[in-house]
Ligand binder design. Structure first.
Ligand code: FAD
Ligand code: SF4
Length: 533
């Protein structure tokens, strides 16, 4: 059933409900596709659900085309599912909404057209949208409800976190484990440890690479959506696919979860940080690729965690505790923590630039055309699939952005645009906080700066790179090596007091002045010639 048909069904349904007591319009945003929300427990002929493609949502930043297609396709499938379940749905495409300047203008028009008496919405996860809706006066009653998605209730964020104050994920994660009883024996963690990081994080050897499963992909025809984007001149970048590989139905999200549990969970933690050029179509390694489905709320974090724990309990000989703990920590810990940091620090967080970084994003962020093989691989993969795994985002493109001192606004916009799962509440603290340290340590106790040695340890990128990872200076010296020292010394006053960094500066001081100067000269050259790297 197409969008137009859903609309027609809705309008004829409206004709039948003339004279009813109160007509409600409920807005469902593109990342609120939660079929288990209490809104949908009962059908009601007086309640309309609005699901609308909006130009404002395609244009607040320049997006990867697959990201726009994935959200629009998932919205369309959600509208169909609601209609089939007996709800009154108004699903509007860009063709029907582009005459309205923005979301409030569309809502105002629909309120009048359908004689709506109450407007309801789920609290948006992005500050920008929440402000827009809270500032909007439709002239009728308005009601905001919870999304019923996250594990930490919204109000608890403000009890547990303070604006501008450093918080540590590990302490939060332990509280959440106790609160939910996941992987717990009474008040103690199963296995007597909270964290199994040291058992995980191995490099992939050639024999390991052969065993990596091919990712489960889907094929949703999005040619209609691509045509609409063309028709409405929506600016975008990245590789378009007419058959979209991302899950855009709840059933597909559940299939992906099953695939992850059966094929990837057994080695998830072990190879969580590994990167390789050798996998070709196995580009996501042991990562779940569930982020889009979870962020669009097609499935809930609780469901994902509980399904993965059940799998671990059923296969104790194949899935060790380190793997399941590593996975639970990502969702119960990092995802919930990052959201809390976002909300408690809005709206200031998006303006922070503690390290005073102002360099422009080089053009290879948009093309992948650079001699740095790690950057070329990570960016090209992102352009092809709208996806890179965490360590590619953190330790390759992110690390480069940090040590090359790129402008946080430009870096934020790039991450927010390029990734399939990028929504500001999760992208911004990861980028500005974890990667760029622009929040001066609210998220991370120290910057995740690293030289080429880290990338070489966790990947095979350096083999065959134009640059030499063992060299710090000279035309072929790996740019990460000199930029790292340039960055660490520029911020020495701020960072030297950190006990985890003291030794590093001592080692630098032991080097002779000439070699120090050569490294710093190379770093200066790299900064002045970022485009040429
Ligand atoms: P897996 O490796 O399979 O992990 C499982 C799940 O854990 C993910 O689906 C995700 O829901 C959660 N998770 C893991 N790490 C994090 C984290 N640091 N923050 C929040 N959730 C986490 N994630 C997004 O969902 N949207 C973003 O816009 C986003 N931007 C990022 C930007 C930067 C600079 C960095 C360093 C990380 C960012 N992340 C973001 C976090 C993480 O990289 C992605 O969640 C992950 O790569 C998604 O792939 P996956 O589903 O295969 O994850
Ligand atoms: Fe990246 Fe340096 Fe390794 Fe090349 S040598 S892949 S630039 S870390």
């Amino acid at each position: 059933m197409g969008a137009g048909e859903i609309l027609l069904r809705t309008l004829s349904a409206r004709a039948k409900i003339q004279g009813s007591t109160m007509k409600r319009l409920r807005l469902v945003l593109g990342d609120q596709l939660n079929a288990r929300h209490s809104w949908f427990r009962e059908t009601d002929a007086d309640t309309y659900y609005l699901i609308a493609e909006l130009k404002q949502e395609t244009g607040y930043v320049r997006h990867h085309v697959q990201k726009i297609c994935a959200f629009f396709a998932a919205m369309q499938h959600f509208a169909q599912a609601l209609t089939e379940a007996g709800h009154q749905v108004i699903h509007l495409t860009l063709d029907e909404t582009s005459q309205h300047a923005d979301l409030p203008a569309l809502l105002r028009a629909l309120v009048t057209e359908h004689d709506i008496e109450q407007l309801e919405y789920q609290r948006p996860d992005e500050w920008r949208l929440m402000q827009q809706l809270r500032d909007f006066d439709p002239g009728i009653a308005m009601r905001e409800v919870d999304t019923e998605h996250f594990m930490l209730p919204f109000d608890d964020i403000f009890k547990q976190f303070k604006p501008g104050k450093a918080s540590r994920m590990e302490a939060f994660y332990r509280r959440m484990r106790k609160r939910y009883g996941y992987l717990m024996q009474g008040d103690e963690p199963i296995g007597e440890r909270w964290n199994f990081d040291s058992d995980n994080r191995q490099k992939l050897k050639p024999a390991d690479i052969q065993k990596v499963p091919e990712p489960l992909v889907f094929s949703t025809d999005v040619s209609d959506i691509l045509e609409r984007l063309e028709r409405h001149q929506v600016d975008h970048f990245g590789e378009a696919q007419t058959q979209l590989i991302w899950p855009t139905r709840r059933s597909e999200a559940l299939d992906l979860l099953e695939f992850f549990c059966s094929r990837q969970l057994p080695l998830f933690g072990r190879f969580q940080d590994a990167m390789t050029t050798q996998t070709q179509h196995k580009w996501s390694l042991y990562h779940s690729r569930l982020s889009f489905a979870i962020n669009a709320k097609m499935i809930s974090p609780q469901q994902v965690i509980e399904r993965a724990i059940a799998e671990w309990q059923q296969r104790p000989d194949e899935i060790d505790l380190a793997q399941i703990e590593g996975f639970v920590r990502q969702i119960l810990g990092w995802r919930e923590f990052i959201r809390a940091i976002y909300w408690v620090n809005q709206p200031e967080y998006g303006t922070l630039n503690a390290l005073d970084a102002h360099n422009h994003l080089p053009s290879y962020f948009w093309s992948g055309e650079t001699k740095m093989r790690c950057m070329q691989q990570s960016i090209s993969q992102s352009l092809e699939y709208s996806y890179a795994h965490h360590i590619q985002r953190l330790m390759v493109t992110g690390n480069f952005s940090l040590i090359a001192q790129l402008d946080p606004n430009q870096v934020d916009a790039w991450y927010l645009g390029i990734y399939i799962d990028a929504l500001e509440w999760v992208e911004q603290p990861n980028t500005r906080g974890m990667v760029l340290f622009a929040d001066n340590g609210i998220v991370a106790s120290k910057p995740y700066a690293a030289s080429g040695a880290y990338i070489n340890r966790m990947s095979d990128y350096c083999k065959g790179c134009y640059y030499k990872v063992t060299e710090q200076t000279g035309e072929r010296g790996c740019p990460f090596n000199s930029l790292y020292w340039g960055f660490m010394l520029k911020h020495r006053d701020r960072l030297a007091a950190n006990p985890r960094l003291g030794m590093l500066y001592k080692n630098w001081d032991k080097r002779d002045e000439q070699s120090q100067q050569a490294v710093l000269d190379r770093a200066r050259w790299c900064i002045d010639n970022l485009e040429a790297l």
